[in-house]
Design a protein around this ligand. Structure first.
Ligand code: XMP
Length: 326
């Protein structure tokens, strides 16, 4: 059976590698006891929580864990490749990589309503994952990267604590949630102790629908590629700031404006830079980016990203703007 969903008051905050090691050893034992010789399935997005759970489960049960990484085409540059290199190549995980890019982008074609886009992405994810689960034999458990704030928020009725967006109940798996009593900072300390790379453990928050909500309006493949390339540039450059903002990215709305290229009129998109600081994402403040850095970002985006002829900086706070554009 699962243990309690209540964090004991005596539980020490995990802040050091030693405390992380002790936690890992304890959870390895607990998972081995829970799972026995059964098999666990895990949706591995490459985000902090699912990555830490994957590394922990690999340590505990090795090949009894099957990870499924669904590439829906809305991930950031280099993400699917990193999931494969870290988990399959380095940690030796049994990893099923699902290239579902065409499936998602075909379903999303022509859809401009943000909520409709979110719904399509969420539902399609569940369908793809359930199909993959159906192909596997002998799975009895579902690993989940539930963390303590998910449990607290679900108790308060703020959101259901389905980490993977509500995987179908009829899958009928028992849950394995080894980090469910941890806060985010503790999950990162544990991830570090498990040997995961810094850019995985300390990554900025990234929405479930991914770049889909930053390719504003109806998603097209060419504009999505432009968002991905411009985002990689912004992550690289703003990542050099002394105090790295809480979240920083690019959105490209579905609008073209007049520009000039090779002495000719050139209709292109505007890439919008967004960098914010926040404590809880309920309110947020636009972060001041040094002018020299803005110019470097502008020059690189214009030179390196096909289709973009203009670079803007979104200085809006939340409220009135939300952090994401959709
Ligand atoms: P907003 O745009 O509402 O974003 O100010 C607040 C925080 O939540 C993230 N976000 C999402 N995360 N699924 C997610 O998992 C979503 O659909 C989603 N929409 C926004 C956003 O990146 C920001 O950190």
């Amino acid at each position: 059976m699962e243990n309690s969903n209540k964090r004991p008051e005596t539980m020490e905050r995990i802040t050091t590698p030693e405390l992380a090691q002790a936690f890992i050893e304890e959870q390895v034992k607990a998972v081995q006891e829970q799972v026995g010789d059964g098999k666990v399935l895990l949706a591995l997005s490459g985000g902090v929580d699912s990555s830490v759970v994957a590394a922990l489960l690999i340590k505990a049960i090795g090949k009894q864990l099957v990870c499924v990484h669904v590439n829906h085409g809305l991930l950031r540059k280099g993400e699917p490749e990193q999931v494969i290199s870290v988990f399959k190549d380095e940690l030796g995980a049994d990893l099923v990589y699902v290239d579902a890019v065409d499936r998602f982008l075909d379903k999303l074609a022509g859809v401009s309503d943000p909520e409709e886009k979110r719904k399509i992405i969420g539902n399609e994810f569940i369908d793809v994952f359930a199909e993959e689960a159906g192909k596997l034999e002998g799975i009895g458990f579902l690993g989940q990267g539930t963390i303590y704030p998910d449990i607290l928020e679900s108790e308060k009725g703020i959101k259901a604590h389905h980490n993977v967006g509500g995987l179908p109940e009829e899958l009928n798996f028992e849950l394995v949630e080894p980090v469910k009593l941890l806060y985010k900072d503790e999950v990162r300390v544990v991830g570090k102790a498990l040997g995961l790379p810094d850019n995985m453990v300390y990554r900025q928050p990234f929405p479930g629908p991914g770049l889909g909500v930053r390719c504003v309006g109806a998603i097209t493949r060419d504009r999505l590629e432009a968002v991905r390339e411009a985002d990689a540039i912004v992550r690289e450059e703003i990542g050099k700031m002394e105090q790295v903002p809480w979240q920083y990215f690019v959105a490209i709305p579905d609008i073209k404006s007049t520009g000039i290229k090779d002495d000719k009129r050139y209709m292109g998109w505007a890439a919008v830079i967004r960098a914010i600081n926040t404590v809880d994402a309920v309110t947020a403040e636009s972060v001041e980016i040094p002018w020299e850095m803005l110019k470097t970002i502008r020059d690189r985006i214009i030179a390196e990203v096909p289709g973009v002829n203009r670079v803007l900086w979104d200085i809006s706070d939340k409220p009135t703007s939300t952090i994401e554009w959709e």
